[in-house]
Structures are given as C-alpha cells and as structure tokens.
Design a protein around this ligand. Structure first.
Ligand code: MEV
Length: 434
C-alpha cells in the first residue's frame, strides 16, 4: 500500500470492539485482501507444519493481537503480536500512546551484517596465521560472495573479517575468524553458516591449523537496532499521580536495572515481552533474538538493562528521555517468514519494506513495552492492571457469556477475590437475573 497514505494507528476504543470488528478495522487499515483474511482464519495447517519441522503431530496456536498507537519516525504502525501473556498488548499500546505525546519514537538500525565464526585449533604461529588470513581478505570475499549471488545482487555480501586469538581456553589457545556478511532482508543464518563452512578449508591452509566449529554468532553486534523517545512528564499525570513523580520513578527503576543483574533480568524480560511476540508473529527466530539481546546486555562484563531512561529538565518542565539499543537479527524473506501464512499477513499489517525497518520497529516496541512496565511499577504497581485482565480470563473460564465478561470481571476485582469458584457463582447469579 502507499505508505504516505497510511491512516493513524491511534485507535481509541479498539480494545473494546468485538474480534470481527477489530479484524475489519485492521484489514481496512492495512489493505488486507480476502486471501489475507482467509490466511488469517486458516493459519498454519498440519500439512504445512509437516513440511516445516520433524515428527509433526499438530499445530500449536497462540493469540494474535495488534498493538496500536505506534508512531515511529513519523510513520504510523500497527504491530502484530503473537503472545500468550495477558496485558502485554494493552500495555504496549498504552505506552505507544504516551510516546505520541512527545512525537512518537525515533528508531533506526545498522546495516544487517551477520558474523560467521570459524574456530581454528593447533595453529602453529598465531601472528603469522593472522597476517596470512588478513592478506587473503580479497580471496575470502570472492569465495563468500560466489556462494550468495542473490544477496550480492540485492546490495549485500562480504563486509570484512576479524581475527581473534583466544589464548586461554580449556582446550588451549585457538584462533577465531569472524566473517562479516551483509544479509540484507534475510535473517541470514543459512547464508552465514554456508559461508563459514565454505571458508574453513582455506582458513585451515592459511593458518596451518584445523577448523572445528563453523557457525554464525547470535551476538549480532554488527546488526543493531535502536529507538528513542522523549515524553513530557505531564503525559504521565493520571489517577491522582503527578507526572513529575512518575518519570522520576521510571528513571530510578532504570537505575536499579543498570546496577543489579537480578533486576536487569526481569527488566529485560519485560522488553522481550514486546519484541518476541513481533518476532513470532513475523516468523522470525526469537531464540536467536533472545540470545543476542542477553549477550549484548552483558557486554560490559556485567549484565545490565538494555534501556536507559532519564529525566531531562527543560524550560517547559520535566521530560522523560528513553533509549534502547540491542542486536536484532530479523528477516522479512526466507525461513518461516515466507512459509507461515500468518507471518505473511503479519508482515503486511506492519507494512515494513526491509529487514532494517522491521528491526527498528521492534526496537521501538521493546522500548514501549519497557516503558509501560516501569510506569506501572513506579506508580500503582504492576498487579492492578494484571489483575483486571486476569479477572476477565477467570470470568471467561467460568462460562461468562462474552457480553457479561467485563461486568463479572469488574465485580471480581472490586471484591478483591479473583477465584474461579466466585466467578462461577457470579455467572449463575447474573444469568438467573437476566
Ligand atoms: C512481566 O511479564 C514483565 C515485568 O516483570 C517487567 C518488569 O518488571 O520490568 C513487569
């Protein structure tokens, strides 16, 4: 669709609509075809699943929701998210709405350069081997590029090499060679692994050593994405809470995660609450993304928060400034992204034109998810929102008809006991009266 003609993603009341109406709204917003809607309804079939992995006995479904209100680099986005945890999508949409008060998110990503590692053992002379490998860079470039003409044609390909001696390991000294490969719109795992395997014999000859592992690194620190936002503190004024105090609390919460790995693990988990569902919805490898994110969080030697939040004093009052930066090796072609019918539709809803754009959007989603968690933790605490959503699930499980779910959930919350037995009582009571 014509991106400039995109309507706003600020969709008040979207969450209150019935599923069919939400779908209609998203279909109109993203220009989905009847075929796309059919793909969404059918989802992954067992037949297709059987061609994707081994020993298939069924498919496992997850809720697919849409994060709303996102404004990133001046462009509106709806964010497809596949996730089982209640409150994630509501929270991220809420944070995206807050960020709009400061003009939304500014986000970007580096060139999509992946790292392939070749481990060389029994290298007789490290400095000589390193020099020989560096001098063979052009030959390695030709070799790697010859394997991937498609990637080269699209502007990617070999981007250089690094030689890293690891002198003190349990298996003795070893030399590690990094092959850098710009994978363009592919996540690139296959391309990088093929390149590492193909380059290994030449690296053995050049180093006089023996190659063992030839595999990509998931610490894709050449393939980073980042997002930033600046929000006036007044946007956080709510429910008798002063925005100035809330933004101060968010900065203090971030400082806690910066300083303490126990807190940082939870803080970063909250960030991945936003990023993983987009990875899953678009058919990307979320384990790879998780591995990269956590390794990057520990790059200083201490595991820290992936975000930074601080308060800025301006003439117009306090502002909250936030930034996230993390490796995001994601693709929009190849793998499950191409095969999974729902992933295809999810990408259409996102409307991203490159893997780099997808990475930037995902960074903004991670920052928004973190903002919503820290805002709640620093203000009323996380349980109030969670409990309201939990109550809806308990009401549904107790057999509340859809039009009565909210009413019964509200009673459960007001009574302070969100239990299945009480929900069942309320369902009978309400139905008797109806
Ligand atoms: C829950 O899934 C995520 C949070 O614990 C994240 C955080 O503590 O920052 C709320």
């Amino acid at each position: 669709m014509d991106q400039s003609a995109r309507p706003t993603s600020r969709l008040p009341g979207f969450y209150q609509k019935p599923v069919a109406e939400r779908l209609e709204a998203v279909a109109a917003w993203a220009g989905l075809s009847d075929h796309d809607l059919e793909q969404l309804r059918t989802g992954l079939t067992v037949e297709l699943a059987d061609r994707m992995v081994e020993n298939v006995v069924g498919v496992f479904a997850l809720p697919l929701g849409v994060g709303v209100n996102f404004l990133i680099n001046g462009r509106d986005y709806l964010i497809p998210m596949a996730v089982e945890e209640p409150s994630v999508i509501a929270a991220v949409s809420n944070a995206a709405r807050l960020a709009r008060a400061g003009g939304g998110f500014a986000a970007g990503s580096s060139e999509p350069v992946m790292i392939g590692q070749v481990q060389l053992l029994d290298v007789p002379d490290f400095p000589r081997a390193a020099q020989a490998i560096q001098e063979a860079e052009a030959e390695l470039a030709r070799l790697v590029n010859s394997l991937h003409p498609g990637i080269v044609h699209r502007g990617g390909g070999f981007r250089g090499l690094e030689v890293r001696p690891l002198l003190d390991t349990p298996a003795g000294p070893m030399l590690v060679v990094h092959l850098l490969l710009d994978c363009r719109d592919a996540m690139g795992a296959n391309a990088v692994n093929t390149a590492a395997e193909a380059a290994a014999p030449l690296l053995e000859r050049l180093s006089g050593g023996r190659a063992r592992l030839r595999i990509l690194s998931n610490l894709t620190d050449r393939r980073l994405a980042w997002a930033e936002c600046r929000i006036p503190a007044s946007a956080f004024d709510a429910d008798g809470l002063a925005g100035d105090d809330v933004v101060q609390g968010i900065a203090e919460a971030n400082a806690f995660a910066w300083a303490d790995p126990y807190r940082a693990a939870t803080h970063n988990k909250g960030i991945m609450n936003g990023i993983d569902p987009v990875a899953i919805a678009t058919g990307n490898d979320w384990r790879a993304i998780e591995a990269g994110a956590h390794a990057y969080a520990a790059r200083s030697g201490q595991y820290r928060s992936l975000t930074d939040w601080h308060v800025v004093y301006t003439e117009n009052g306090l502002q909250l400034a936030g930034r996230i930066e993390l490796p995001l090796a994601v693709g929009i072609v190849g793998g499950a992204t191409r095969v999974h019918p729902t992933a295809q539709v999810a990408l259409k809803i996102l409307g991203v034109e490159s893997a780099q754009e997808l990475a930037a959007v995902m960074a903004a989603v991670g920052l928004a998810q973190n903002l919503s968690a820290l805002r709640a933790l620093a203000a009323e605490g996380i349980q109030r929102g969670h409990m309201a959503l939990h109550a809806r699930q308990v009401a549904l499980a107790a057999g509340a008809p859809p039009h009565l779910v909210d009413q019964i959930a509200a009673r459960l919350v007001a009574e302070g006991q969100i239990r299945p037995a009480r929900a069942a009582e309320l369902v009978s009571e309400v139905l008797e009266r109806a």
